[in-house]
Each structure stands twice: as structure tokens, then as C-alpha cells.
Design a protein around this ligand. Structure first.
Ligand SMILES: [Zn+2]
Length: 409
């Protein structure tokens, strides 16, 4: 099995500079090769191939030993291949009758990845037992420390360096990763997004919203208020303090996103470890995220009656904040993935309509079953529970019904 790993790099100041230069020089190689292809086509009507460009590399390196001769030959070939793939995609779309844009020159600030097609050729993964002092060696940069937070399994095939915001990462793509399925479990569960909690399950369990989500949201809001207090200006006219405020918002956004992703992965892992079948609301038919139709007011032509749009918009926001859709896709990926931590678990999407208003005991559907947000109390039979749990129980029950209909005894 193939698998990739991504670890943050901890370069020294000098190494960080060299890594920046590596990206810069690969960017100029990419742009030069694009220029070459453009010119040949425009002036001579011919198409330049990857093979032809790769054959010129030796000359280019000899001509500019400071900036091109310094880096790995193979990584430069990989960059030329990237251009080749962009050109191939362009011509494919032209043939299909689409109107694609011609591949563009890449600004150096947005050229963020260099790939080494083979471990040991221009770069070397150097993992230590217990990975306390793991490093990766890049030609022209040196032996860079790696924050290796998990063991790497299988055989390291390709290595990439990539830049995201101010951080740099190494991405390993490994082959022959051993498959270790999780033991089967007979447990089935329904899950639902909660109001007070991140998640509720049909067994009455909750996963609380992580504390850092609130802290992060508050800090981000404060940074955004501060940014908004500056007059609107073009980037070039911004003061030093204004730029710092922009940078602060950007950094906090990144942090909130990373923490949320980490939380989603851990929560998803707990679910697929514990349960063989996981039922959830089918988000593709969840019209909760769609705004309700406007309701014209018959007494006041041109006016509209309240249609619950504001309340719904509030719910939509909190769902997006929690990233529920992203979470479900992470659980689904883990449930299908055949690796160690995951197994052939089954996900059952169910119709999400009225899951929060239906009584799990008697089936009575009414908005009155919800006297207030956190409470469910059936007006027909008196069944009462936490509203978050009721949603999850209904999801679980619907999955059972769907299952029975799909597989007649
Ligand atoms: Zn009831």
C-alpha cells in the first residue's frame, strides 16, 4: 500500500535561507522552461517536449553554477515534468473544446514545492530509532531537523519539500506500507452534530467542543477587530503596524485550522476504532445549509414574513465553524482506509430531515417536541432526553431501517 507522511521541518536560519533559494531557483527554472515553450510555439510553431528540455539541463547547470548547478539534477527534472504535466492538461482541455488559460508564469512567492523523485538522489531521509533526532538531507541545503511525530512505515520512495505560510514541511511518499486491519467490532452507532457539543452519539455519549476552539475563535476575533480599525489601504501603502496586524490574522487562521484538523482526526479515529457501522446525516441532502425560500407577506405587497432564515443562518454558521462536513469526510476516509488505525468500517448516510424534531420512542414529529434548544420532550408520549442525543438516536434508527430495506431477509 502507498501512504504519505507530512512532517514539519526545523531548519536553522542558514538552512531556511537555502531552502528559500532552492524554491526560488526551481521557480526560475520552471518559468524559463515555460518561456522556452511559449517562444518556440509562437515563433516557429513547434512544441518543445519534456525530453528536449531535460536534455538542456546539463548546459543550464554549467552556465549558471551558482543558481542552477547547486541543486539536485533529479529535482530539476521533476520541476520540468511538472511543467510538462501542466502543458499536457492545457492541450487536453483544448482538444475537449474547453477554453483553458495557457499555463502561467509562477510568482516566486507562490512556487512552494520541490520534489525529489527518489530517496537517496539529491536528498536522503535519515530517521533515527525512536525518531528523536530525525533529519532529512537536501543537496545544497544540508541536514535539516524534522519534527517526526509518528513512525514511518514502508519504503520511502519520493520526498518533497513544501512551504505553507511561514512553515516548511517534508512530505514522504512511501510504498509497501504493511496493512494491519483493526479487529472487527459488532458495534453500530449514530452520530449527529450537537448544539452544546461537537458531537453526540446514539449511546448518549458526547464529544465536547475543544476548549482551544473557543480560545482560538476569541483571539482571531480580537485580531480581526484590530485589523478592521486600520483605514482600508492598498498593500503597498500599509504601515508596518498594519502589515503586522494582517500577518497576525493570517497566522491565527492557520493555527485555528490546524488545531481543528487535528481534533477532527483524533475524534474520527476514536469512532472507527470503536464501531463497525457509523450512521450519520447525509450532508448532500441536508437542506439545513440552504436558505429557506422567502415567504411573501399577503397583507403587505412587496414585504416578506419571517421564514426562520436568520435562525437557520445562525445554525449554518455554527455547523461550518465546527466543520462538520469536513469531519464526516475524515471519518469516511478512515473507515474505508485499509491501514493500521482504520479498517473496513461501514458508513451509512441517512435522510437528515426532522432528526431533531422526531420522537425516537413514538415517532411523533413536531417542533413543539423542542421546548428549548438543549431539551427534547415529546408532546405525544412524554419521552425526554438531551436534544443532541435525540438527533443521534434518530440517525441510528434510520440507518437500521435503511439497512433492512436494502437487504431483505
Ligand atoms: Zn414520543
Amino acid at each position: 500500500m502507498l501512504r504519505s507522511y507530512k512532517f514539519q521541518l526545523r531548519p536553522t536560519v542558514g538552512q531556511a535561507q537555502s531552502l528559500g533559494e532552492m524554491l526560488r531557483d526551481h521557480c526560475s527554472l520552471y518559468n524559463g522552461a515555460l518561456e522556452d515553450r511559449k517562444g518556440a510555439y509562437k515563433h516557429r510553431g513547434v512544441t518543445v517536449s519534456y525530453r528536449q528540455q531535460s536534455a538542456q539541463l546539463k548546459e543550464i547547470r554549467a552556465f549558471d553554477p551558482e543558481r542552477q548547478g547547486r541543486w539536485s539534477f533529479s529535482s530539476q527534472q521533476a520541476t520540468l515534468r511538472r511543467l510538462d504535466a501542466a502543458m499536457a492538461a492545457f492541450f487536453r482541455r483544448v482538444r475537449n473544446g474547453e477554453k483553458p488559460g495557457y499555463p502561467r508564469f509562477k510568482p516566486v512567492a507562490r512556487f512552494d514545492t520541490v520534489t525529489f523523485p527518489e530517496n537517496g538522489d539529491g536528498c536522503r531521509w535519515d530517521s533515527q530509532p525512536g525518531h528523536a533526532d530525525t533529519r532529512v538531507r537536501f543537496q545544497g541545503v544540508g541536514h535539516v531537523r524534522v519534527n517526526q511525530h509518528r513512525p514511518v512505515e514502508g519504503v520511502v520512495k519520493t520526498i518533497s519539500i513544501t512551504r505553507e505560510g511561514g512553515r516548511r514541511y517534508v512530505v514522504l511518499s512511501c510504498d509497501r506500507v504493511p496493512v494491519k486491519p483493526l479487529p472487527p467490532t459488532g458495534s453500530t452507532v449514530g452520530i449527529d452534530v450537537g448544539i452544546a457539543n461537537f458531537l453526540a452519539d446514539s449511546n448518549g455519549g458526547f464529544v465536547e467542543n475543544p476548549r482551544h476552539a473557543k480560545v482560538g475563535a476569541d483571539r482571531l476575533a480580537a485580531a480581526q477587530r484590530r485589523l478592521a480599525s486600520f483605514p482600508r489601504k492598498k498593500a503597498a501603502d500599509r504601515s508596518r503596524r498594519h502589515r503586522a496586524a494582517v500577518e497576525k490574522v493570517r497566522a491565527l487562521h492557520g493555527k485555528v485550522r490546524r488545531q481543528r484538523l487535528d481534533f477532527h482526526h483524533k475524534t474520527a479515529l476514536d469512532l472507527v476504532r470503536a464501531h463497525g457501522v457509523i450512521a450519520h446525516e447525509d450532508l448532500s441532502i441536508a437542506n439545513m445549509v440552504r436558505a429557506p425560500k422567502p415567504k411573501p407577506d399577503p397583507e403587505n405587497p412587496g414585504g416578506f414574513l419571517p421564514n426562520g432564515a436568520a435562525a437557520k443562518a445562525g445554525l449554518n454558521n455554527s455547523i461550518y465553524d465546527a466543520g462538520w462536513g469536513g469531519f464526516i469526510s475524515i471519518v469516511t476516509a478512515k473507515a474505508r482506509c485499509p491501514f493500521k488505525a482504520c479498517a473496513g468500517r461501514t458508513m451509512i448516510p441517512v435522510d437528515p430531515r426532522n432528526t431533531s424534531r422526531t420522537c425516537p420512542a413514538c415517532g411523533h414529529v413536531s417542533a413543539e417536541n423542542r421546548p428549548d434548544q438543549p431539551t427534547f420532550a415529546c408532546v405525544a408520549c412524554g419521552y425526554a432526553d438531551h436534544a443532541d442525543s435525540v438527533g443521534a438516536i434518530n440517525v441510528h434508527q434510520r440507518a437500521g431501517q435503511a439497512h433492512r430495506h436494502a437487504t431483505p431477509a
